[in-house]
Each structure stands twice: as C-alpha cells, then as structure tokens.
Design a protein. Structure first.
Length: 235
C-alpha cells in the first residue's frame, strides 16, 4: 500500500476522533472519562503526525497542529493527574490523619484550579477551531514505496529508545528513569498501534499487551508521584 494513502486514511479517522472527544470534553471538563479520551485522541494524532513525518517528510501545517496539540496536552495532563490523586485519596486515605488531610486539601485545590483552566481553554475559540490538516503530498523518503516496507524500521528505532532506559528503570531508587522509559514506550505503543494493520501476524492481543504494559508503567509513575507528594506533609 502506498504510504500516503495509508496515512491519509488513518489520519482522517484519528482527526475525526479527536474532534468528537474535544466536543465531549468541552461540554464537561470535570469528567475523568472525557478528559482521558481526549488525551488519548491527541496522543494518537501526535503519533500519526510523527509516523507520517518519518515516512513522507515534514509538512508545515502538521507542525503547527502538533504544537497546538502539545500545548493543549499540558493542562489536560495536570487535570488528569489531579483527578488520579483525588480518586486515590477518596479510596485510601484514613480519616483523622492530619498529614493526609492536608494533602487532600491541596489536591482538592488542584482539581478546582485545573478544571477551571481547562474549562476556559476548551471553551476558547482557538481551541474549538483547532483542526488536523490531512496533506496529500507524497514527497520525502517514502515516495511510492509500500508503507509495510518502511514500518519495521521506524518501530525498531522507537524500540531502541525504550531499550536504552530498561536497565536504569529497574532501580526503584530512581523513579525518573522509569518515567523516561514510560515516555519512550508511549511513543512506541501509539506508533505500533497505527502500523499494526501492516503486519499480517499482528493480532488484537498484540495491541492489548502493549496497552497493558503502558498502563502498568503509568500506574507505577502515578504512585511514585503520589507517595513523594504525600510524604512531604509528614516531614
């Protein structure tokens, strides 16, 4: 399959999903599910832009869209983190423990702060008008080569980025190493998700395993952050 055709089809689907998730999240920024779905939709668009750039070369319109989407991800990520900490506190923190209470107050303030900012941001005209362009050009290293020929090389490069952090990530005293591995794996996973249709032996189970490992890394990172913040109130 021509890489330009493959990427145009996948890009159209991801752009449409982003617009739908943006509409839903704009209607209710306090919804954990809506914010989660919007962040995932943005990550899939960003992965699509990165893969397209690697196979077909850069496009200035997509570079602009990528900058806007990355800027949007910052407050969305802050709100998501605040929601995660709030939910953990509601399920875990014992009553009558003053340090835990003080931490809960801080997290409640963060939730209000970031929900307010995200509500304003998603309601802005510039955000509502945000679109993902779908260039039709086929210039660059991809040319008319089949996307299936180029995909393995791209995934191998992303896999090497993950492997660079594997040994240091095993050290529990350095959570920042696991965080770097998590970010590298996230890029690999979303690129692989996009390119899996090009691999005949790939199955739904393959995608599920990638998702499960990313979820595991994310959960570990969440608790690293929560434990560090909560511990600060006991000093």
């Amino acid at each position: 399959m021509d890489p330009a055709v493959f990427l145009e089809e996948s890009g159209r689907a991801r752009a449409a999903r982003f617009r739908e998730c943006l509409r839903v999240a704009s209607a209710d920024p306090s919804s954990d599910e809506a914010i989660h779905d919007l962040r995932v939709a943005i990550r899939r668009v960003l992965a699509w832009i990165a893969v397209r750039e690697d196979l077909l070369g850069p496009d200035h319109r997509l570079c602009e869209a990528r900058s806007s989407l990355k800027a949007l991800m910052v407050p969305l990520g802050k709100l998501r983190d605040a929601h995660v900490k709030r939910d953990w506190i509601l399920k875990t923190v014992p009553e009558g423990d003053e340090p835990s209470y003080l931490y809960a107050v801080q997290v409640a303030s963060e939730v209000i702060q970031w929900e307010t900012r995200v509500r304003k941001l998603l309601g802005a005209r510039s955000t509502r008008r945000l679109r993902v362009p779908l260039p039709r050009g086929t210039g660059g290293p991809g040319g008319r080569l089949e996307a299936a020929i180029l995909a393995p090389g791209l995934l191998r490069r992303l896999e090497r980025e993950v492997s660079k952090h594997r040994e240091s990530a095993l050290d529990p005293t350095h959570p920042e190493a696991l965080h770097r591995m998590r970010l590298a794996f996230k890029k690999y996973r979303y690129a692989a998700e996009l390119l899996l249709p090009l691999f005949p032996n790939a199955t739904e189970e393959t995608s599920m395993r990638l998702h499960a490992f990313q979820t595991l890394l994310g959960t570990i990172h969440d608790f690293d952050v929560i434990l560090a913040e909560a511990n600060a109130f006991r000093r």
